[in-house]
Design a protein around this ligand. Sequence first.
Ligand SMILES: [Zn+2]
Length: 155
Amino acid sequence: MSSNDALWAERMSRGLRECCSSAPDSRDFSGTLRDPSHARRFVREGVCPKHGLLARGALALAASELVTNAVLYGAPPITVDIGCHISKVWLSVRDLGEGLSSLVPRTPSEGLGLGLKIVDQVSEEWGSLTLEHGSVVWCLIGTGVMQGLPERSDL
Ligand SMILES: [Zn+2]
């Protein structure tokens, strides 16, 4: 299974609805200290305009922390994926780092580094996966939009 397929399977296993108002977006970063700031701008500008506006701040914060971790401890390219699932937005940051889990705790059971504590606080759910090449940390951030209710046309 490719890394993209593995990530998509992880999203779909949570019963998330796909948004019809925005397409998933992805951007690669080369592993420089400017990446966290560029990643913040990418997610703020790329978030779903219909559902994701209230989640922008938390999304930018989480992207910044996860990309910082990847720059410091991972290996480029660093790929940031975002996608809208109406009541939640998906964010994942993957890189080609090997053996990262020994440097930085990446799962809740192993304790949290400072960046992951922030991600833990702003997201409803998060986790990590070892991919065919590298690894990924993902999180889901609530948008404040209720699934199943009629969508407001003025948002
Ligand atoms: Zn949306």
